[in-house]
Design a protein around this ligand. Structure first.
Ligand code: PLP
Length: 374
């Protein structure tokens, strides 16, 4: 199998699988129990929380483990009281776990406005500044787009928002950024940030929200009061420790993986050129994550291409897997792409742990595109 769909998910590494197996075997006790043996596992979790703060470059704040990044994004939005007057600004190209939560709050009466994207896939900063006033209370803009790889300038965004209202909360969904591009919470100045394990060779079903100040958060799951009384449910130590192992490995290899994947992206595009495949890049290569590339092929439907490539055991995506049940593509639409460009788009995403034969892959693209082009 040739996997070019790693933005959708990754394979857990051997180290992660081993760590999860050890934790399931040795540390299976309920952390909520009163005996010291359970407290020892709780201690391990608090060391892991400190570890994540350090990976994220956060000098203060808390890590709240959640059953997914989707849950973490929902938790971030729990600070919003839909009856209060504050203005909420959300990027138009956000992942559905942010976008749909924002829409739900809007239906509940909150004042929500979506910030359009520029042709480069980042939020349009002029449009953003025009929407900003001192009434802004919450802003959510993703660090790296899961559709195009575009990197938003969160440092600038946080600075502008906090200069207009120092109490406003800036949240970023960093699911496609963490372990892949270099950033630190202290530098970008966000108040909340979401990460997920299964995008970095960790297990599915675990994510986390970093929050500078957890007092404003409200429970999203009621019950026994675990995770600061915000996300009740017995702590999943095995996955928390698997997530930690994955994060440690990715943070250590971030710089070398980044260079490797930059090379992959270049070689992929060079190979398409050499094979005389016509394509158009949606977004821009500069200032974007090399892990994700969105391209359109003229006269070709992305979905047909996806299925034809799958016959050759080559995996690509069109639209993110999490929103594949929904038609259209909000991100590309907001970037001003026309229907043909959107229909013809596929998302290619790389993994540094994989070796690719790009000349072979480009040859298959050429063969299929010549067959299916209308
Ligand atoms: N945010 C982004 C940018 C994503 O790409 C994804 C997964 O596709 C998510 C959130 C959701 O992550 P999870 O599958 O852990 O809920």
């Amino acid at each position: 199998m040739i996997n070019l769909d790693y933005a959708s998910t990754t394979k857990p590494s051997k180290e992660v699988i081993n760590q999860i197996a050890i934790a399931l075997d040795e540390d299976y006790l309920n952390i909520g129990a009163k005996y010291k043996q359970a407290k020892a596992i709780e201690k391990k979790i608090s060391i892991i929380r400190q570890g994540f703060l350090s990976f994220l470059g956060a000098s203060n704040g808390e890590i709240i483990f959640c059953p997914s990044a989707t849950a973490a994004n929902n938790l971030a939005f729990s600070v919003i009281n839909p009856k209060s007057k504050g203005k909420i600004l959300v990027g138009a190209g956000e992942h559905s776990s942010v976008y749909e939560t924002a829409k739900h709050l809007s239906n509940m009466g909150a004042t929500v406005e979506f910030i359009p994207l520029g042709a480069n896939g980042k939020i349009d900063l002029n449009a953003f500044e025009n929407k900003l006033d001192s009434g802004v209370s919450f802003v959510s803009v993703m660090l790296v787009s899961n559709e195009t790889g575009a990197i938003n300038n969160l440092k600038q965004i946080s600075k502008i928002v906090h200069s207009i209202n120092p109490k406003a909360i800036v949240h970023t969904d960093a699911v496609q950024a963490f372990g892949k591009i270099d950033f630190s919470v202290d530098d970008i100045g966000v108040d909340m940030l979401t990460i997920s394990a299964h995008k970095i060779s960790g297990p599915k079903g675990i994510g986390a929200l970093y929050s500078k100040n957890i007092d404003a958060l409200r429970p999203i799951i009621y019950g026994g009061g675990q995770e600061y009384n915000l996300v009740s449910g017995t702590e999943n130590f095995a996955y928390i420790s698997g997530f930690y192992t994955a994060a440690k490995l990715k943070v250590n290899s971030l710089a070398s993986d980044y260079l490797k994947v930059m090379n992959y992206r270049k070689h992929f595009l060079d190979s398409l050129d050499n094979a005389n495949v016509e394509y158009e890049i949606n977004g821009e290569l500069d200032n974007s994550s090399p892990y994700i590339l969105n391209i359109s092929f003229k006269g070709v439907r992305g979905e047909v291409l996806l299925h034809a490539l799958a016959e050759y055991d080559i995996l690509v995506a069109n639209g993110s897997a999490c929103s594949s049940k929904k038609r259209g593509n909000r991100t590309l639409e907001s970037m001003g792409k026309n229907k043909e460009q959107i229909d013809g788009a596929v998302r290619i995403s790389f993994c540094a742990n994989e070796e690719y034969n790009f000349a072979y892959i480009a040859g298959i693209f050429k063969k299929i595109i010549d067959e299916i082009r209308v």
